[in-house]
Design a protein around this ligand. Structure first.
Ligand code: GLN
Length: 232
């Protein structure tokens, strides 16, 4: 079983290290043909407009979309989460390509600029707790996005209290902040996993293990491509 990591820019090396630590054959992906034969794919954090531009330049967008449509698991962290979302809002949105598939609206820089980056402990969702380790996990947010709206088929794995007046989601108009609600920072929907934080920077490989549980062992897609396209 080989798992790819999109290696155009961002924290792909750290994901490769985490996967190899778990004994997985981890492959850097830069060309469409490198996706064939892979059982799953991680799209790392970085800068989503740059990543999208490079993906277009390398003619990767159709192949990445097909990979997701085929039912093979994709995990997007941070910029990768933005890339997987059906809709992105927030600063500097200007025609950036999104792969889509995740029935979510994501705010690209929800928590503000680089200076507003932070780390916190969050309770491990049951799926993560099952793997073992501590009851919490360390969540590293770097110029992080957040999910501001999620469809009915999206399973919320982690959410965060919105620190009043501190988010970058340009109040007024940040409803979650005004109502003192939580914003969503980790979700799962079918073959897609998405986290606004960076597990690959913590040394805790449980999120990687959780993703690997979604990866079919035989290297084949779970769902036939045609069936997915017809129901989409
Ligand atoms: N907010 C960034 C973007 O728009 C993502 C930051 C990250 O991946 N660490 O691309």
């Amino acid at each position: 079983m080989a798992v790819g990591v999109l290696a155009l820019q961002g924290s792909f090396k750290e994901h490769i290290v985490a996967l190899r630590k778990l004994g997985v054959d981890a492959v850097e992906v830069r060309k469409p043909e490198q996706l064939s034969g892979l059982s799953g794919l991680i799209i790392p954090g970085g800068e989503s407009t740059t990543m999208a531009k490079l993906a277009e330049q390398y003619k990767l967008i159709p192949a990445l979309k097909d990979f997701g449509i085929s039912g093979k698991p994709i995990w997007g962290t941070c910029a990768g989460l933005i890339f997987l979302a059906d809709k992105a809002v927030g600063q500097k949105i200007g025609g950036q390509a999104l792969l889509g598939g995740l029935d979510c609206t994501v705010h690209r820089n929800y928590f503000g600029s680089q200076l507003n980056s932070f780390e916190t402990e969050l309770p491990a969702p049951p799926a993560l707790a099952e793997i073992g380790g501590s009851e919490n996990f360390r969540a590293v947010f770097i110029r992080a996005p957040a999910i501001v709206d999620a469809g009915p088929n999206v399973e919320v794995l982690a959410a965060l209290d919105v620190p009043s007046g501190e988010s970058g989601a340009s109040s007024p108009g940040n409803e979650a902040e005004e109502k003192g609600q939580k914003v969503i920072v980790a979700v799962r929907q079918g073959n897609l996993l998405a986290t606004a934080f960076h597990p690959e920077l913590t040394g805790d490989t449980r999120w990687h293990s959780l993703f690997l549980k979604m990866v079919p062992k035989g290297g084949k897609a779970d769902v036939p491509v045609k069936a997915v396209e017809e129901s989409a």
